[in-house]
Design a protein around this ligand. Structure first.
Ligand code: RRO
Length: 296
């Protein structure tokens, strides 16, 4: 049995869709829900419609992807229908939201009807948003507190690894009243075309995701588990069930999958069934492996 209660949400399994992948339309979110995800997180939405950065905005690199999408979104004012459609998939729908200040965040959270909110204070390449505010513990605390006072549903805060000490940011989110933290967003990175000498991404630099970042994410989850009382949700480079188990042993209550969904939409049910078989063979429960790596 993989079902669990996570920060106020009932989940049939701990394997969720991460923000940014197939999360722009209700139809695609519903499809992911129907393919076995425990919950789905939308693409981040903000106050005004945004076209995003110029192309190329996503490229494949060794062991991962670099993206600088630039928060393309239709504005929260045009997004409720997509959330409502996604809810037909029968699993919790978490709205990822971004803003430039606590007022932006609370306006959006006060207006959208979602099962939970994931606060994006961690996009690595958005001027005035994301990691530009999520690297300051005082702002993270303020934003979290503002959202908590404008909604009754659980509030998760997605953290950037592009800091010296992710624990201090996690603690700030906890002080602000977060119900969980999500670690990690992408790692700032860059690629250059050696024929022309030009940076490849339209935005010049972007965020690295995929297999390459898993060890970084594991360490962040491990460190956050040590200092927080609220649950940590792990994300970053999960490609198969072994990765998911590793995150849970590091201290993640649940995980989110992003880049790997691009290759295989059935990844949620595949991970769940392999994870169940592994736990059965080892005669362990999900609860027993949670944070296991801290017992040594
Ligand atoms: O849209 C993006 O460029 C983006 C976002 Br919002 C994010 O949170 N992380 C990322 O790597 N890209």
């Amino acid at each position: 049995m993989l079902s669990l209660t996570l920060a106020g949400l009932e989940l049939r399994n701990p394997i969720m869709l991460a923000a940014g992948i197939m999360g722009t339309t209700g139809e695609s979110l519903k499809r992911i829900a129907e393919s076995g995800a425990g919950a789905v997180v939308t693409k981040s939405v903000g106050i005004e419609p945004k076209a995003g950065h110029s192309n190329p905005s996503m490229i494949e690199v060794d062991c991962g992807y670099l993206n600088a999408m630039g928060l393309p979104n239709p504005s929260y004012k045009n997004f409720q229908d997509e959330i409502d459609e996604a809810k037909k998939g029968g699993v919790p729908v978490i709205a990822s939201i971004f803003g430039g200040c606590s007022l932006d965040f609370s306006e959006i959270a006060g207006a959208l009807q979602a099962d939970a909110f994931e606060l994006n204070v961690s996009c690595p390449h958005a001027h005035g948003y994301g990691a530009e505010i999520g690297t300051d513990p005082d702002i993270v605390e303020d934003v979290t507190r503002a959202v908590k006072s404008s909604t009754k549903v659980p509030v998760w805060v997605k953290l950037t690894p592009n800091v010296t000490d992710i624990k201090s940011i996690g603690l700030a989110a906890q002080r602000g009243g977060a119900d969980a933290v999500v670690a990690i967003n992408t790692i700032r990175g860059m690629a250059i075309d050696i024929e022309s000498g030009y940076p490849i991404l339209g935005n010049k630099f972007g965020g690295l995701s995929g297999r390459a970042i898993k060890p970084v994410a594991i360490k962040c989850v491990y460190d956050l588990y040590d200092v927080l009382d609220i649950p940590v949700i792990g994300v970053g480079g999960i490609s198969d069930w072994k990765d998911a188990i590793e995150f849970i042993m590091a201290g993640a209550r649940a995980v989110e999958i992003g880049s790997a969904v691009g290759n295989n939409i059935n990844i949620f049910s595949e991970i769940s069934s392999c994870m169940e078989a592994f736990l059965e063979e080892k005669e362990w429960t999900l609860d027993e492996i949670y944070g296991m790596a801290h017992e040594v």
